[in-house]
Design a protein around this ligand. Structure first.
Ligand code: ADP
Ligand code: MG
Length: 299
């Protein structure tokens, strides 16, 4: 992996609601390279938004370590946290209405975060026009949000998130409320900004085409990462291929796919055998040890 930009180590987030504790992240490890465009997928409640809110400086973990560039997110004081949110990250929410102020035009919405960041008026205008053009809305500058389609509103929201030239763009289900055509346009815009500005992009999505649209997909389950899909270009410009991996954490743990567990009726404990170039995982059948060579690719 090239330069590490985001490092999450053993992140834990516990929400306390009345007398209940909800463990939203349970020892999550994740690294993201600078300039990467990656996606997080996983069932509802698996902790994706919790991680996004932590990376966005909107929430703090209960334990663990998290760095974004030089910023240790657990060490920021209130003022630094405000500046971090304003200058280092841009955030796009699923709910289109949450991203834009309804009484400001597209142009004014994009200018607003720059005004908060004391960018001079002329520069604000020029940069807002440039960004709205980049997201394909150069002809919608003076439209109010309710005159735009849901997909167009999300693209304005992306321009707003990019207004202060963040190093990190976070989008939590940005395509959750739009049709598949608008979804494709949103991914194209995110990719274009990733290439044009080198911004690192992290997207939470249910889009099942996502693997072809990003560099890497990380699957969440129960508050940690479980699988990873990488796209790799073969030697000499061979076509991109997608490869799925299980994630091996620093303690040596990995998660077996549920289908494999069921197919071999594995429960409670399994036997591991080190072979020349792989590790075998065997169900524990009546205490019989797996024979030499058992399960060695014979069909
Ligand atoms: P996802 O985005 O993957 O659907 P979340 O990160 O939103 O998952 O939630 C992870 C878990 O944490 C869920 O069980 C959810 O109910 C709980 N949770 C999230 N936010 C809060 C909160 N503010 N207060 C209490 N529980 C929360
Ligand atoms: Mg969520």
């Amino acid at each position: 992996m090239s330069e590490r930009f985001i490092v999450c180590e053993n992140l834990v987030k516990i929400y306390r609601v009345a007398d209940l504790e909800v463990v939203a992240l349970q020892g999550l490890d994740l690294e993201i390279a600078r300039g990467e465009m990656m996606a997080l997928v996983g069932p509802s409640g698996s902790g994706k938004s919790t991680l996004m809110n932590i990376l966005g400086g909107l929430d703090t973990p209960t334990a663990g370590r998290v760095f974004v560039g030089q910023h240790n997110l657990l060490a920021l004081n209130r003022r630094q946290q405000v500046l971090y949110r304003r200058q280092v990250v841009g955030f796009v929410w699923q709910q289109t209405a949450r991203n834009l102020l309804p009484y400001l035009t597209a142009l004014e919405n994009v200018e607003l975060p720059m005004a908060l960041n004391h960018v001079p008026a002329r520069e604000r205008r020029a940069r807002a026009v440039e960004l709205l053009t980049s997201v394909g809305l150069g002809d919608r500058l003076n439209h109010l949000p309710d005159r735009l389609s849901g997909g167009e509103q999300q693209r304005v929201a992306i321009a707003v998130a990019m207004a202060n030239r963040p190093a990190l763009l976070l989008a939590d289900e940005p395509t959750g409320e739009v049709d598949s055509e608008a979804s494709t346009a949103i991914f194209q815009v995110l990719r274009a900004l990733n290439e044009q500005f080198g911004v690192t992009v992290v997207i939470v999505t249910h889009d099942y085409n996502v693997a072809s649209r990003v560099d890497r997909v990380v699957g969440f389950r129960d508050g940690r990462t479980s699988i990873e899909v990488l796209r790799r270009r073969g030697a000499d410009g061979a076509p991109l291929t997608e490869e799925e991996f299980a994630i091996l954490d620093r303690a040596g743990r990995l998660q077996l796919p549920q289908a494999y567990i069921e197919a071999l009726e594995m429960r409670d404990r399994v036997k591991l055998r080190l072979r020349e170039d792989h590790v075998g995982v065997y169900p524990d059948r009546n205490g019989e040890p797996p024979g030499v060579g058992e399960g060695e690719g014979r069909t």
